[in-house]
Design a protein around this ligand. Structure first.
Ligand code: GDP
Length: 477
C-alpha cells in the first residue's frame, strides 16, 4: 500500500501522538518530521504520563546538559573525586560499545534508567553516533563533550576495572552503609559481568547508587526486563507503560531519528523499491557462523517458514501457463543479510516459476560480507536497513539478533522468528510468531536479592518472561 498517496495524517501525527517535542529546526533532522509519512500510525499510543515525563526530562536536560552551570559544578566534583552535599544534577554517561543493533538497545535501556533515576543522559559519540542519529532532546546536546575528564579510559573499562561497581563491592570500597559516596562509579553491564556487577539489579544497591553523581555505563544488552523486577521502579514503570510490551517501541521512536545522510538512504530506497508495492514483507537473515555462506539449511528454513505462514506465495513448479492479470498485485520483499545468496535464490525462484497471486519483487539493499567496524558507510547502511525493515507490513527475523529486534520494535511488529538452526539443519517448525514486539535481554541476572539465592527471574511476574529465541533470555510482554 502506498502510504504517501494516502490522505495526509492527522496534524498531531507528525509528532507521533505527542511523543516528540515540537520546536526543533526541521532541516537539521528531516526524519523527525517525515517519519509519519512512511509509517502506519502506531496502534499503540504513548501514555500521557510517559509524554509528561519526557517533557520533564527535556527540561532537566536543558538545565543540566553540557556547559550549564550545574554541569560545570558536577564536573568539578568528578575531578576532585569528592561528593559535597547533594548536587543539582546527577549524570549517566553511556559508553559507545558493540554492534549497532546492540548499541541502540543498550542506549534505550540506559535512557529508561536515566528517566527512572532522574539522571541526565550523556552519550559518548564513539566512532559514529553523531553521524548516525539526530539529537533527540531540544536545545541541549546529548553528546558527551570531547574534553570529558576520563573519556580516554572508556575503551579500557572492563570487568576487571577497579572502579566498577562489582569490584568496589568485592573489595569493600563501598557498601550499603557507605556515607560518603565516590564521585563516580563504572557500571559494567556487558554480557561477561559477574555476580557482584549483577547486584546492580537489587533494590538496596539502587539506593546506594542513587548517592553517586556520575554513573558511567558500558553494556551491550537490552536490560529493561530486569528493571521491571526492581521494586522501587515497579510503580513508575507501570504508569509510564500501561501497555507493558511497548517500552522499546515508544522509547525507540522517541530517541532514534536517522541523521539526514541515513534518511537519504532510507527514503531513496523506499521510493525506488517499496512505495509502489501493494504489500511488503521484511526478511532479516542473520547467520551466526564464521563461514561466509550462503547455507542451504538457512535457505530451506526461510522458505519453509514464509510459505507455511503464507507470507510468500507458493510457486507452481509444474510451470503451468498462468496468464497474469493486467495489473498484478506486487508483493515487495525486503531481504537484509550480509550475504546476497538468499535473495538471489528467491529472486530466481519467482522469475523462473509463476505464482497464483501476482508478482513478487525481491530487493536487498546491501551485502557487506561481514561485520565491519571502521567504515562509515557500513553502519549507515546497517541503520538504514533496520529502519527499512521496520516500515514493512510483516517481518521475519533471525533468532538472537539485536538487528532484528530494533526493526520489530520501531515498526511495532510481532515478527515470525526463525529458530536457531542446530547441526546445520533447519528446525521444525522453522519459525514461530513472537509473543511481543519487545527485544530480548540476552544476559539477565538469576538472583533473588532478598533471599540471597538463585531464582528463575522469568517466572516472578507475568509480564517478564523467557524469550522465544533464547530460553534463558528475558523479555517484557
Ligand atoms: P546482531 O549481532 O545481529 O545482534 O546485531 P548488531 O547490529 O549488534 O551487530 C551486527 C552488525 O553486523 C551490524 O551492526 C552491521 O554492522 C552488520 N550486519 C549484520 N547483518 C546485517 C545486514 O543485514 N545488513 C547490514 N548492512 N549490516 C549487517
Amino acid at each position: 500500500e502506498n502510504v504517501l498517496s494516502q490522505p495526509s495524517n492527522k496534524p498531531n501525527d507528525k509528532l507521533l501522538g505527542g511523543l516528540l517535542a515540537a520546536g526543533f529546526d526541521e532541516a537539521s533532522c528531516t526524519s523527525r518530521y517525515q517519519s509519519s509519512l512512511y509509517r502506519k500510525t502506531s496502534l499503540h499510543k504513548p501514555s500521557s504520563y510517559l509524554i509528561s515525563r519526557l517533557r520533564k526530562y527535556e527540561d532537566l536536560h536543558k538545565r543540566c546538559g553540557p556547559s550549564t552551570e550545574s554541569y560545570n559544578t558536577a564536573l568539578q566534583q568528578l575531578k576532585s573525586g569528592q561528593t559535597i552535599g547533594s548536587p543539582d544534577c546527577n549524570y549517566l554517561v553511556w559508553i559507545s560499545f558493540s554492534g549497532l543493533g546492540n548499541r541502540i538497545l543498550a542506549l534505550a535501556s540506559t535512557f529508561l534508567y536515566a528517566l527512572l533515576t532522574n539522571r541526565v543522559l550523556l552519550v559518548d559519540r564513539g566512532k559514529d553516533m553523531a553521524d548516525l542519529f539526530c539529537e533527540p532532546f531540544p536545545e541541549k546536546s546529548w553528546l558527551l563533550p570531547m574534553d570529558f575528564p576520563i573519556i580516554d579510559q572508556f575503551e579500557t573499562l572492563d570487568q576487571k576495572s577497579s572502579h566498577s561497581y562489582g569490584n568496589m563491592l568485592k573489595n569493600n570500597v563501598i557498601n550499603a552503609s557507605t556515607e560518603s559516596a565516590p564521585s563516580y562509579i563504572y557500571l559494567h553491564l556487558v554480557h561477561d559481568y559477574d555476580d557482584h556487577d549483577k547486584l546492580f539489579f537489587c533494590d538496596e544497591d539502587q539506593s546506594l547508587l542513587a548517592k553517586v553523581p556520575w554513573l558511567i555505563i558500558k553494556t551491550n544488552n537490552y536490560f529493561v526486563p530486569s528493571l521491571f523486577l526492581i521494586t522501587p521502579f515497579e510503580q513508575e514503570l507501570s504508569k509510564l507503560f500501561p501497555e507493558k510490551g511497548t517500552v522499546f517501541h515508544h522509547l525507540g521512536r522517541y530517541l532514534f531519528h536517522p541523521s539526514n545522510h541515513v534518511w537519504g538512504l532510507i527514503t531513496r530506497y523506499y521510493h525506488t523499491y517499496l512505495a509502489k508495492a501493494d504489500e511488503s514483507i521484511g526478511i532479516q537473515i542473520r547467520v551466526f557462523d564464521s563461514r561466509p555462506g550462503p547455507f542451504k539449511h538457512v535457505m530451506d528454513q526461510v522458505l519453509a517458514c514464509t510459505l507455511k505462514e503464507k507470507l510468500l506465495p507458493e510457486v507452481d513448479m509444474q510451470d503451468s501457463v498462468v496468464t497474469i492479470s493486467e495489473n498484478p498485485k506486487l508483493k515487495a520483499v525486503l531481504v537484509t543479510s550480509l550475504n546476497s545468496g538468499y535473495s538471489e535464490n528467491l529472486k530466481n525462484m519467482y522469475w523462473e516459476h509463476p505464482t497464483l497471486t501476482g508478482v513478487v519483487g525481491i530487493y536487498q539493499p546491501s551485502d557487506e560480507g561481514y561485520q565491519q567496524m571502521e567504515k562509515q558507510m557500513h553502519n549507515r547502511k546497517a541503520w538504514a536497513e533496520m529502519y527499512l525493515l521496520s516500515l514493512t507490513d510483516a517481518l521475519v527475523t533471525s533468532s538472537w539478533s539485536t538487528f532484528g529486534y530494533v526493526a520489530q520494535g520501531l515498526g511495532g511488529l510481532k515478527p515470525w522468528i526463525l529458530y536457531k538452526p542446530e547441526n546445520e539443519t533447519a528446525p521444525d517448525p522453522p519459525c514461530h510468531r513472537a509473543i511481543s514486539m519487545e527485544p530480548c535481554f540476552h544476559a539477565p541476572p538469576f538472583y533473588d536479592c532478598k533471599a540471597k539465592k538463585g531464582i528463575d527471574t522469568g517466572t516472578i511476574v507475568p509480564h517478564v518472561r523467557h524469550c522465544e529465541d533464547m530460553s534463558w533470555g528475558l523479555k517484557v510482554v
